[in-house]
Design a protein around this ligand. Structure first.
Ligand SMILES: C[S@@+](CC[C@H](N)C(=O)[O-])C[C@H]1O[C@@H](n2cnc3c(N)ncnc32)[C@H](O)[C@@H]1O
Length: 226
């Protein structure tokens, strides 16, 4: 099993429980280090999954958890993953479905603060949103997989429901993943103003028990190399 964009090894560890023969690739040396600690038996490689250092038809399965939309050219990436699969081998890939509309105020607030961001960042954010949108519906994911030469694509949605205890828990979470990148580029005073506004706006999401429910909706896709 090859895990492309293995990160800290979450999917790699699960695959490693099924077969002892697992390989992970990630562009971030720090991620690869974390994956090495999490899955000591895996082969781990620092590299770009858009140009894999493997022969054609090397793997039975390619796993890709929330990675394809980070590539500069997602269709070329899918074709590259197909190349390293043996005929009859399978891909299992996850992407994000649409956002939780109860939290749409977040988009509006980010829009409001966009003018305070470094201007060179805005096209990058727009490109990233476009790439996410290429894979945010089952039909789109199936079409992308078919266009890359996979057959029998199947897509299942998966919804994760969770809740924040209070406003600060939401803020700590929002600073714990890639969404923090834009905040890191803003002056501390601007971030503080954003946080105060967000704490007001998020009251529309408060449930009767005082917590803030939220869902994350993912798509799990599988397909086969002919
Ligand atoms: C959202 S994380 C997912 C990590 C892991 N698959 C998981 O589900 O926990 C995306 C990962 O893709 C990696 N990545 C992004 N672009 C990449 C590329 N071109 N080549 C290799 N890895 C890449 C990042 O370094 C990051 O670890």
């Amino acid at each position: 099993v090859l895990d492309v964009g293995c990160g800290t090894g979450a999917a790699l560890a699960a695959a490693g429980e099924i077969t002892g023969d697992v390989t992970g690739v990630d562009i971030s040396p720090a991620m690869v280090e974390r994956a090495r600690e999490a899955v000591p038996g895996a082969d781990l490689v620092v590299g770009d999954v858009a140009a894999l250092p493997f022969e054609d038809a090397t793997f039975d399965v390619v796993v890709s958890a929330f990675v394809v939309f980070f590539l500069d050219d997602p269709p070329a990436g899918l074709r590259e993953w197909r190349r390293v699969l043996r005929p009859g081998g399978r891909i299992a890939m996850s992407t994000w479905n649409g956002p939780d509309e109860r939290w749409s105020w977040e988009r509006a607030l980010r829009q409001e603060f966009a003018g305070e961001m470094p201007p060179e960042l805005l096209p990058r954010i727009a490109t990233q949103l476009e790439r996410l949108a290429r894979f945010d519906e089952p039909g789109k994911v199936k079409d992308e997989l078919a266009a890359a030469g996979f057959e029998a694509p199947a897509v299942e949605p998966y919804i994760l429901e969770f809740r924040f205890e209070d406003e600060q828990s939401w803020w700590d979470w929002s600073q714990s993943h890639a969404g923090r990148a834009a905040f890191d580029l803003l002056p501390a005073e601007t971030v503080e103003r954003y946080r105060a506004r967000a704490f007001e706006e998020m009251q529309v999401c408060r449930a009767d028990d005082g917590t803030f429910p939220r869902s994350y909706s993912a798509l799990f896709a599988t397909a086969r190399r002919p």
